[in-house]
Structure formats: structure tokens, C-alpha cells
Ligand binder design. Structure first.
Ligand code: GLN
Length: 276
């Protein structure tokens, strides 16, 4: 039998031995997940013995994390824009970096129609519809499995989004005020060097941006132009070193007023352009 304090310490050390980056933090979140406790409960009860069955359940999850399964795939959720999203190995886990993209789009939402290309978990379009003044919200993805998660997430937040299974714009009709996308943008050759959490557990189709990482920007800029109203805006999330390349891609596709914004770490993260 061990106390709450002991099992948390044991778990943190175990994760450290397995080279988990934020070992203590992850041990804590798993404790919250299994025991449903908060900080105050923990400090009040840390010298009490934890129920054996839950302790075993907890250690099983810690074992999974030690195998580099992402925390979010163990708990099944990730917070994004203050909202909770269900996640599975069929979708990219929402990243904090992507919140900058959502914030940029929110600034210009005013009874707006928005298409989210490569919607994945739906985190972008659902947060926009929940927090912004959106008239029509559509999310597109090639993956049926991803769309099922996205639909579930929209339901969870009581949001009306139309989800369409489409190979980029193939099945998309009509024109929008805004097209937003966080497409796969990692150069194929760099995938094998990613941390095991990402490389082995997140969907490769959500990561792989082909040889130079820019394939989706070219196609979405080119095809997206025909689905934007005149003066409509396209917003892309980009990799930290892709701003100039994506700017050129947008210019070549006939976009103007190109703007680049940084994320909270000071890295280029969002590029937008206006359809002239
Ligand atoms: N739009 C989703 C997100 O930002 C998925 C992105 C992707 O699959 N590349 O999380």
C-alpha cells in the first residue's frame, strides 16, 4: 500500500527513467485523470493511502506513458482555446501554437463564412464557431476517422459545423469569406527525427508535407483561391522556417496583403493573404 504522495513520486521517477520530458507534470496529470483530484485535495490527502484498485489503474497508465504514448492519447483529451477536445490516434493532437492561428481569424470574424481545410479533430473550426461571430462553419478532411472525432467534438460543444470528406477542395462547393488551414507541413525526410510521441503515435497523414514540406500550401493556395470571395482571406499555420516560402507561394497564386505573425515563442507561425 502506498500513499498518494508516494505513488506520484514513484510515477515521476519511473517516467524520468524512461526519458519522458515532463515526467513530473505528466505523472500529475495522470493522477488527476485516474483519481479525479485537484491540487488542494492532493495536499490534504497526500499522506493517506490510495485505493489499491485505482493505484493499479494509475500505474498501468504510467506504463503506457513510459512507452512514449502521448499523454493526450492516454487521457483521450486535449484543451485548446479553453475548450476540451476528444483526441485519438486518428487526429493530430491540438497544439498551443495553433491558438495563434485561431486568434488571428477571430479578429476578422463578423458574420463570416469559414472553411477549415484539413480539419482533423475539428479544433480550429469548432473554436472559431464557439468563440467568433461565424455565419457558416465548414470543416473538410480526407480522413473519415478524423471526421468522426471532429463531429463528436462539435456535438460536445453544441456547435453546428458541416463536415465534408474531401481530398482538399475536390468536394467543396461555393465561396467563403475565409479559408483557414493547418495542413501537414513537415518535410518527409524529417519525420523519422521527430520525438517518438509524434512519430510513432500521431497520424502520418497529418504531419507529412511531402519532400519540401510545402506541398499542401501550394495546392491549398491554388485550389483555395477559387473558393474565396474577392477580398476573402486565407490563413495558414506554418512551420517556424516556412514564412518566406509560403509568402511566395501565396504571391504566385495571386494573393496580396501578405501578413506574417509570430507565436508566443516569437517564431513565425501564421501567414495570411487576401484574394485580390
Ligand atoms: N486542423 C487540425 C489541427 O490544427 C489538424 C491539422 C493537421 O492534421 N495537420 O489540429
Amino acid at each position: 500500500m502506498s500513499t498518494f504522495g508516494e505513488i506520484l513520486r514513484t510515477a515521476g521517477n519511473y517516467l524520468k527513467q524512461h526519458a519522458i520530458a515532463d515526467a513530473d507534470v505528466d505523472a500529475w496529470y495522470l493522477l488527476v485523470h485516474v483519481f479525479g483530484i485537484n491540487r488542494a485535495d492532493f495536499y490534504l490527502h497526500r499522506d493517506e493511502e490510495a485505493p489499491k484498485i485505482q493505484e493499479e489503474a494509475y500505474m498501468e497508465l504510467v506504463e503506457q506513458r513510459a512507452k512514449h504514448i502521448p499523454l493526450q492519447l492516454i487521457t483521450g483529451t486535449q484543451e485548446f482555446m479553453g475548450l476540451e477536445f476528444d483526441v485519438t490516434s486518428d487526429v493530430l493532437i491540438p497544439r498551443q501554437d495553433t491558438e495563434v492561428l485561431v486568434e488571428e481569424v477571430l479578429k476578422v470574424c463578423n458574420q463570416t463564412s469559414v472553411l477549415d481545410m484539413c480539419t482533423g479533430s475539428g479544433c480550429i473550426i469548432i473554436s472559431l464557431a464557439k468563440l467568433g461571430n461565424i455565419r457558416k462553419a465548414v470543416g473538410a478532411d480526407l480522413s473519415d476517422k478524423a471526421l468522426k472525432i471532429a463531429e463528436k467534438n462539435a456535438g460536445k460543444h453544441n456547435i453546428k459545423v458541416e463536415f465534408i470528406r474531401s481530398n482538399l477542395f475536390e468536394k467543396i462547393e461555393g465561396v467563403y469569406d475565409i479559408v483557414v488551414s493547418n495542413p501537414p507541413y513537415i518535410p518527409s525526410g524529417e519525420i523519422k527525427g521527430l520525438m517518438p510521441e509524434v512519430r510513432d503515435h500521431e497520424p502520418i497523414m497529418a504531419l507529412d508535407g511531402d519532400q519540401d514540406g510545402l506541398a499542401f500550401y501550394r495546392r491549398i493556395a491554388e485550389e483555395g483561391k477559387d473558393h474565396l470571395k474577392e477580398n476573402g482571406t486565407i490563413f495558414f499555420e506554418i512551420g517556424y522556417n516556412q514564412a518566406q516560402d509560403v509568402k511566395k507561394i501565396l504571391q504566385n497564386a495571386g494573393f496580396g496583403d501578405i501578413k506574417i505573425r509570430k507565436d508566443l515563442s516569437g517564431l513565425d507561425r501564421v501567414v495570411s493573404g487576401r484574394r485580390l
